[in-house]
Ligand binder design. Structure first.
Ligand code: AHR
Length: 505
């Protein structure tokens, strides 16, 4: 137990770039209880006229999620979108191969569009490039975005959606490099298909943005060759390349686990470098941006999920991927959010995977209420206070090695300047399991600002979880920091997530 020191310098002029609010996106897949019993449950005491759970709507609204990826994930590679629209009683039930479940299609595309409106969010739609191709991607886009006067746009109107859904962001398939994917492809195969699909889609609606599939994780044997080969085909038509990565404390080595964001950082740097290599090769003027459209902690439920899918397949909404998040998971999520902010110049979209019940910040009880998991809080704080410009902090702090990583900084920190609201917010994780950190931060360039609050998430129990009945992991306000002459002195407790806010007075 001890006290270590760290310094940070923030200056209005040291900027990484403008933060695209879509880095606080999330994801709803037809998987487990994300849709059924999650966002949609007619008959639940809180359900509205459309069957949407109001308790979940409220929590999603609290998070201010700007964009939500849908309908998968692995699910999308078997998705027949036509089954999910039109009169509900005519929609077929289907065997869903990705998660060995039964998809009743009771909730589909238009229900999701109506739900996203209620949570003030936008849709990020994925097309099926696993078992389907160019024609189906085009017909789906025509259904969603074309005003009227064509087969699929008129079909949408006949389904009660007079106005186009105007879906702006489209994923060209999901994790097509993964052997588990239905319709898995080699890089050359995917690159060609994605390029031709994207080309046709942009003929229908030139205003859309496209995400080319990157690797399913940095551990894939085909990474980063997959990026180099596929981008060779898709560079001109795509606007983003996707990154997916999940983290877990599989060996119960918390020190190592808490350094996970270093892996995320290396992944972002490598993908950025690969994009820029293709840019140089093509003598292109265009910059490829990154869409980190699946990220989170995911490991708690793995064994149980395998068992459910193997022993009791083809259930409707089985309880899959229901990770119950610990306090230490929240610290990792906090440091992952900081890492995304540190790369705001290239990462323009990011989706916490997922949003409700499935590896999610929000959990529901079928017969009861909904609650906030531990990871809800760093996500909430970043989404609320992390809008504006990402600042380039100059940080100095103690470093150490863990089993997997070398030179792990004890302090993971960054800051955001919201010029419009005249606010500056520091986000900081003290990774040490033993030592608190005395942070001295120079904010002298922010003249006239005063300290508003220091929010902290801390716990003596790294494995504490929140449940419907009991939430031991909740943020609290911390006193006793000094802010004089533009210099902040704050104590960051061992193993803590901190949000320190300043406002112009
Ligand atoms: O988010 C859960 C799953 O993780 C998604 O379906 C898939 O894309 C990824 O492997």
């Amino acid at each position: 137990m001890g006290l270590k020191k760290a310094t940070m310098v923030l200056d209005k002029a040291y900027q990484i770039g403008k933060i695209d609010p879509r880095i606080y996106g999330s994801f709803i897949e037809h998987l487990g209880r994300a849709v059924y019993e999650g966002i949609y449950q007619p008959g639940h005491p809180s359900a509205d006229a459309e069957g949407f759970r109001q308790d979940v709507l409220d929590l999603v609204k609290e998070l201010q999620v700007p964009i939500i990826r849908y309908p998968g994930g692995n699910f999308v590679s078997g998705f027949q979108w036509e089954d999910s629209v039109g009169p509900v009683d005519t929609r077929p039930s289907r065997l869903e191969l990705a998660w060995r479940s039964l998809e009743t299609n009771e909730f589909g595309l238009n229900e999701f569009a109506n739900w996203t409106k209620k949570v003030n969010s936008q849709i990020m739609m994925a097309v099926n490039l696993g078992t389907r191709g160019i024609a189906e991607a085009c017909s789906l886009l025509e259904y969603c975005n074309h005003p009227s006067g064509s087969k699929y746009s008129d079909w949408r109107i006949s389904h009660g959606q007079k106005n186009p859904l105007n879906v702006k962001t489209w994923c060209l398939g999901n994790e097509m490099d993964g052997p588990w994917q239905i319709g898995h492809k080699l890089a050359q195969e995917y690159g060609r298909l994605a390029a031709e699909t994207g080309k046709a889609m942009k003929v229908i609606d030139p205003s859309i943005e496209l995400v080319s599939c990157g690797s399913s994780s940095a551990q894939m044997p085909t990474f980063p060759e997959w990026e180099a080969v596929t981008l060779d085909h898709t560079y001109d038509v795509a606007d983003y390349i996707s990154l997916h990565q999940y983290f877990g404390n599989r060996e119960n080595n918390t020190e190592d686990f808490l350094a996970s964001s270093l892996e995320m950082e290396r992944f972002i740097q490598t993908v950025t470098a690969t994009c820029d290599y293709v840019k140089a090769k093509k003598r292109s003027k265009k910059t490829m941006y990154l869409s980190f459209d699946e990220w989170n902690v995911w490991f708690h439920s793995n064994e149980q999920d395998d068992k459910i899918m193997q022993d009791t397949p083809w259930q409707k909404a089985p309880p899959l991927l229901e990770d119950m998040y610990t306090f230490e998971d929240a610290l990792v999520v906090g440091s992952l959010l900081i890492t995304l902010l540190k790369h705001a110049d290239r990462v323009k979209i990011a989706c916490m995977a997922q949003l409700v019940n499935v590896i999610a910040p929000i959990m529901t009880d079928k017969n009861g209420g909904a609650w906030r998991q531990t990871i809800f809080y760093p996500y909430l704080h970043a989404s609320l206070y992390g809008r504006g410009v990402s600042l380039q902090p100059i940080v100095s702090c103690p470093k150490y090695d863990t089993k997997t990583f070398t030179d792990v900084p004890q302090l993971e920190a960054t800051a955001v300047y919201n010029e419009e609201k005249q606010e500056v917010t520091i986000f900081a994780v003290n990774r040490s399991l033993t030592d608190s950190l005395e942070l001295e931060c120079d904010l002298r360039s922010f003249e006239g600002f005063s300290l508003t609050e220091h929010i902290v998430l801390e716990s003596d129990d790294l494995k504490a979880v929140n449940t419907l009945q009991n939430s031991p992991v909740v943020p609290r306000k911390k006193n006793a920091q000094g802010f004089d002459d533009g210099i902040l002195r704050a104590e960051l407790s061992k193993a803590s997530w901190n949000v320190i806010r300043f406002t112009h007075s």
